[in-house]
Design a binder for this molecule. Structure first.
Ligand code: FES
Length: 238
């Protein structure tokens, strides 16, 4: 018999080594997340997957499950913490959802709706981040970066190219292209790369297809992220 823990009072089975998030997903239970992806080790940067165990807050994507634990996730307290984290992400970058090509397919926006974020709460930073439209097939809009490093990890570990990196720290942290010019056109980046198709927000955009699916008919327009993320076909890209 496999071990179990309680997630919001309901038993969840797990195998040794599985994290709380992995075990919950395997049991059909959704825990919000942004930087976690099933093809990569936990990154632990966004903290949206925060849960409470024995009075402590932990990142469920990185914390191995333990027999008998009582884990709180979908509670007013935890969702309030997640809303504050989302609000910080929204003010750190320039997120203008109504004019963003990714609207309706963006996980940051979808989580904000799901967690009922009503206001930005904090003062906007309005960072100055020019776009890079140099590549023939892909536009980079750095304004929407949430520092999940999924493009960094995909390009380095799956595509074998190392096109992207984060540079600087704190409020000066930002995504850069590994080319002397800093331009995507001066790399061997391809629209078929995993890195070109993994951004959970609207930084890496394929050109000429932005509105092929009209706003209102997109993934998270049709269903909330807590349902979409648990579909079998979403296992590799939610
Ligand atoms: Fe766990 Fe981002 S999903 S820290």
């Amino acid at each position: 018999m496999s071990a179990t823990f309680l997630l919001d009072g309901q038993p969840v089975s797990f195998e040794p080594g599985q994290t709380i998030l992995e075990a919950a997903r395997a049991a059909g239970r959704y825990i919000p997340h942004l930087c976690w992806h099933p093809d990569f080790p936990p990154h632990g940067s966004c903290k949206l997957c925060i849960v409470k165990v024995a009075g402590r807050h932990v990142s469920s994507c990185a914390m191995p499950a333990k027999e008998g634990w009582e884990v709180e996730s979908d509670t007013p307290e935890m969702n309030g913490e997640r809303r504050a984290l989302l609000q910080m992400l929204f003010v750190e970058g320039n997120h203008f959802c109504p004019s963003c090509e990714k609207s309706g397919n963006c996980q940051l926006q979808a989580l904000a709706y799901d967690l009922e974020m009503m206001t930005p709460r904090f003062n906007h930073f309005f960072p100055d981040r020019p776009v890079d439209a140099s590549h023939p097939d892909v536009l980079l809009d750095f304004n929407r970066c949430i520092y999940c490093e999924l493009c960094v990890r995909a390009s380095r570990d799956k595509d074998g190219k190392g096109i992207f990196a984060l540079t600087n720290r704190g409020i000066h942290k930002h995504l850069v292209v590994n080319a002397e010019s800093g331009r995507l056109a001066d790399t061997d980046f391809s629209a078929d790369d995993m890195a070109a198709n993994i951004c959970p927000v609207g930084v890496i955009l394929h050109k000429r297809v932005g509105f092929a699916v009209p706003i209102g008919q997109r993934t998270y327009d049709e269903a909330p992220i807590h349902l979409v993320a648990m579909r079998p076909e979403a296992a590799g890209d939610d």
